[in-house]
Design a protein around this ligand. Sequence first.
Ligand SMILES: Nc1ncnc2c1ncn2[C@@H]1O[C@H](COP(=O)(O)OP(=O)(O)OP(=O)(O)O)[C@@H](O)[C@H]1O
Ligand SMILES: [Mg+2]
Length: 224
Amino acid sequence: MTPIIEMKDIYKSYGKGESRVEVLKGVSLTVEPGEFVAILGPSGSGKTTLMNLIGLIDTIDSGTYSIDGVDIHRQSDHTYARIRNSKIGFVFQKFNLIAKYNALRNVELPLLLQGETSRIAKKKALATLERVGLGDRWHHRPNQLSGGQQQRVAIARALVGNCPLILADEPTGALDSKTGQEILRFFQDLNAEGKTIVMITHDPHIAAQAKRIIRVEDGLIQSA
Ligand SMILES: Nc1ncnc2c1ncn2[C@@H]1O[C@H](COP(=O)(O)OP(=O)(O)OP(=O)(O)O)[C@@H](O)[C@H]1O
Ligand SMILES: [Mg+2]
């Protein structure tokens, strides 16, 4: 089987000269299709940096990275965007929904950006909102939804393009523990249906609900 994520000896630093910060110092990481992995580490350990590299939001300084068998070395931004759109659904701590759009529009957006017709985009977005239990809320804007509901809309947006990998950075960080638990259970259901999930968290109780925990400390992976 081709790993969905294969990183070898990744380095990443920010800044120059005296203000230079080495954030990742030789990270290697393999995630197979169908895994549910938590990346656990304290604040400042480099988790979001790692997520941005995995998600092709930022570029690695050195090392190799293949996503679903595709070597991402020195590709154009256009190619990164294409790989990102077809492979990765993102879920963020603060939901990152577009405030002026209703739930349906937020979920349709990735499809419309990929050139899907508005009829098909609407049909798929509605079906995905139903999948996350919000079929009756499609016309609500984010500020008319609870935090848990907003995160469900964000998950629907991550799912609608049928990407194999869900990448989530502290997806329960802005939610109370009961709502956070519901979101986690939802991730477990998605994983049972075959989605690969990589979830970043600083909370060991949240991480314990994944199938595997990868610990990041001071820019290095401590156990995999
Ligand atoms: N764009 C940047 N420029 C300079 N330094 C950065 C940048 N992004 C991150 N850093 C530094 O890299 C280190 C790791 O940051 P990162 O955001 O990856 O940590 P984290 O593990 O996600 O922390 P948290 O749990 O608080 O979100 C920190 O010391 C941070 O100050
Ligand atoms: Mg972070």
